[in-house]
Design a protein around this ligand. Structure first.
Ligand code: BGC
Length: 771
């Protein structure tokens, strides 16, 4: 610790050991000690040094790794920058930290942020795939390990989890979230925050393997019209509260340290100037004590939105709305001090923002030891640590969803003499990592082809044929693919999207299989079938994609379909385990799969309307040219075994409004293999003062059962499970009949009813009204 700081800390009565004790006992974001330290430092700061703490600069790539941008190190010396984005490495973060604490006037240590979305060097499944596991413990564990690996490289802050609900699969960033459901989204959001931060409510912060998490993008970024990233979001206040806000709130409840503003506007107000979001909702309603960061360039973009005339004005709007740190835009750095001096921005606003930054630095223990995250030995120990790679494999297996398995095509026999592996993604090591793969390296990833080769060993002949490119139309490879399919004893088609077809800005106008892949698949399936003269030859489609795909022809023609998303470093190994039956798939769809792009938006928790679709009634809500139903519903996924549900029962057939309820069901593995079942509980408020969704997920449990084994699954529902926003936007439970559905997906359920009695129970009297 530097001498100046040591003196400051002594002044406020903090010594090193006391500091540590403080950090382990108290939730760091609200710690009184942190606040005192921040106050003491603040008193010593010039206005320029304060603004420096609110300035985050991006690193730049060099052959030896990321470095500070030109002039960046000089800025560290003058106190003109408080954090970096995209800089890591034990050695280099130590160098920069040295400059900060040895050469700057106040010796305030730096923060190093990075998008550690689904791993740092060991890559776990993309968040959408991890949501498909329906296993929040698994998601928490992956985040925990990602934090261990990332912090060992000097990273103190991740810009994750992204918790934006997505009902439009054209939107490329759907891969980065947990799908369409607010309940699943909330459970996953809280789990990932706990994982990154090393515990609930931020209590883990202060350990050298815990990092600050960021919930993003606040708010409703996933509602982009037409699925075009950054686009206008048009939604009602009700939808915002019911569907989009819950996962952010869950993250705040779990103690997330930072929140990132979103690029979009809602109702004409861009998030970066939306004081309603940051003040009324985040700080007042949810009592958030952490820090708000802009998204990259988001403050300056207020000019494009047409709400600021120039960067200076944009900066004023941003800080006034509640943005504390300016990511990569230099708007605060360029204009905030002048805005304070001219009286346009109260100094108190800047002071509060700076205090939040200092408090977080304190929470991480950086004032105690600025080099604690820059430890070469830890870096070596945890990079691709075997326990991380093993866990990435488990996570990958858990995210796989079996969509179709006609006539028990799968699992495949291991003694197959030959297999044709066909398709443009079969050996694509970059793609298996998925987008936002941080420092993940293709050379360290297992492709589907590599996974199959190692599972089959030398005795099987594997013919690998690309057949077609991913996204351009070219049929010249079809003939070779047909020949390989006809000659082999089994066919595995590996189709879908490259990793750069989803992610930020990677939106698609059509979610059908790109290029000639559908035609390739149909040609290969036909060739394989006709070569057997009627005897069956296993044909399996393995899909890689970062969003739902509309694949009606495959669903009709392919005997087996396995959804594998992008599963990270161990993708191919996990796929081989599933195809050969070493692992029984148990993942479920966290998002509805439409039949065609034209059905979008299509989500399970829609409202009933006055004229719900009926096949033989023209004047009902449907299409002329397509069924109204999805291809695969939310929560759907098969197994190599079967499960039987029985004895659905309630703790009581009647409860008073405001009371809880216990729901139990017996689930039996009725097949002949061990397997995982995802037991799902949905509720419908049948008659209410506002039209409610036809079903809302309120509980989920992934269980493992041996053949013949039965388990009683019990859900304890609180009053909130029965609540809605009434017409005054109060959170209430209204009396009436509620249907409780329990089952294996959102469509395939058994149900019972509970009578909620008494008068309306108000759980929360008001909701900040959008303005
Ligand atoms: C993204 C954020 C990300 C940031 C830094 C932005 O373009 O929207 O999600 O954290 O870049 O990489």
């Amino acid at each position: 610790m530097t001498r100046t700081l040591y003196r400051i800390l002594c002044l406020v009565g903090v010594t090193s050991s006391a500091l540590h004790a403080q950090q382990t006992r108290e939730a760091p974001l609200s710690s009184r000690r942190a606040s005192q330290v921040a106050d003491s430092i603040l008193r010593l700061m010039t206005l320029e040094e304060k603004v420096g703490q609110l300035n985050q600069l991006p690193g730049q790539g060099t052959p030896t790794g990321p470095h500070a941008p030109q002039g960046g190190e000089a800025l560290v010396r003058t106190g003109g920058v408080g954090s970096f984005l995209g800089i890591f490495g034990a050695d280099y973060t130590r160098e920069l930290q040295q400059i900060a604490v040895q050469q700057s006037r106040l010796k305030i240590p730096l923060l190093f942020g990075l998008d550690v979305i689904h791993g740092f060097r060991t890559i776990y499944p993309i968040p959408l795939a991890e949501a498909a596991s329906f296993d929040s413990t698994r998601a928490e564990f992956s985040a925990r390990q990602a934090a261990i690996e990332a912090t060992a490289h000097g990273i103190t802050w991740t810009f994750a989890p992204m918790v934006d609900i997505a009902r439009d699969p054209r939107w490329g960033r759907i891969m980065e979230g947990a799908g369409e459901d607010p309940y699943l989204g909330s459970v996953m959001a809280a789990a990932r925050v706990r994982g990154f931060q090393g515990g609930d409510k931020g209590v883990g912060l202060g350990a050298t393997d815990a990092m600050l998490a960021t919930v993003k993008h606040f708010a409703a970024y996933g509602g982009a019209e037409g699925g075009r990233d950054y686009n206008t979001v048009e939604l009602t206040e009700r939808t915002l509260w019911e569907t989009f806000l819950p996962p952010y709130e869950a993250a705040v409840e779990a103690g997330v340290a930072t929140v990132m503003a979103s690029f979009n506007e809602i109702g004409g107000t861009p998030a970066h100037e939306n004081d309603w979001l940051f003040s009324d909702v985040l700080r007042q309603r949810w009592r958030f004590k952490g820090l708000v960061i802009s998204d990259w360039g988001g403050i300056g973009e207020l000019i494009n939105h047409g709400v600021a005339a120039n960067r200076g004005e944009a900066g004023i709007l941003g800080i006034k709305a509640g943005i504390d740190i300016d990511m990569s835009d230099n708007v605060f750095a360029d204009s905030l001090a002048a805005a304070v001096r001219s009286g346009r921005v109260p100094l108190a606003l800047v002071d509060s923002a700076v205090k939040r930054v200092l408090r977080l630095k304190f929470a991480l223990g950086l004032f105690q030891d600025p080099y604690r995250f820059s430890d070469v030995a830890r870096e070596r120990r945890y990079t691709l640590a075997p326990e991380h790679v093993n866990a990435a494999l488990t996570a990958a297996r858990e995210g796989i969803v079996l969509l179709k398995n006609a006539d028990k095509t799968l699992p495949l026999r291991k003694d197959l003499p030959s297999v044709a592996v066909i398709g443009p993604l079969a050996d694509d090591a970059q793609s298996v990592l998925g987008n936002w793969a941080a420092e993940g390296r293709p050379g360290e990833a297992v492709t589907v082809l590599a996974g199959l080769r190692s599972a089959l060993g030398a005795s099987a002949r594997i013919s690998a044929v690309r057949g077609a490119p991913v996204d351009t139309v070219d049929t010249t490879g079809f003939a070779q693919a047909r020949t390989a399919a006809a000659a082999a004893a089994a066919v595995v088609l590996v189709l879908g999207e490259r990793q750069d077809m989803s992610g930020e800005g990677w939106n698609r106008a059509s979610i059908e299989l790109p290029g000639s892949q559908r035609d390739l698949a149909l040609a290969v399936i036909r060739a394989a079938r006709s070569s057997t003269g009627g005897a069956s030859k296993p044909i399996v489609v393995v899909l890689l994609n970062g969003r739902p795909l509309a694949i009606p022809e495959l669903a009709a023609e392919a005997p087996a379909i396995v959804e594998t998303w992008f599963l990270g470093s161990q993708h191919g190994k996990a796929v081989a385990d599933v195809l050969f039956g070493d692992y029984n798939p148990g993942g479920r769809l966290p998002v509805t799969f439409p039949r065609a792009t034209g059905q979008i938006p299509l989500y399970y928790n829609h409202r009933n309307t006055g004229r719900p679709a009926e096949a033989n009634n023209h004047y009902t809500s449907k299409y002329l040219d397509l069924p109204w139903t999805p291809l695969y519903p939310f929560g759907y996924g098969l197994s190599y075994t079967t499960f039987a549900y029985s004895n659905l029962r309630l703790s009581s057939a009647r409860i008073a409004a405001g009371d809880g309820l216990t729901v139990s069901v017996d689930v039996r593995n009725s097949g002949d293999r061990a397997g995982d079942e995802v037991v799902q509980l949905y509720i419908r408020d049948s008659v209410a003062t506002v039209a409610e969704p036809v079903k809302s997920l309120r509980g989920v449990r992934r269980i493992s059962l041996r053949p013949g084994e039965t388990q009683t699954v019990t859900f304890r529902l609180g009053a909130d499970a029965f609540s809605l926003y009434d017409r005054q936007m109060r959170r209430v439970v209204e009396p009436g009949i509620f249907t409780i559905f329990v089952g294996t997906n959102s469509d395939d359920v058994t149900s019972t009813r509970v009578d909620v009695t008494g008068s309306t129970k108000v759980l929360a009297p008001t909701t900040p009204r959008f303005r």
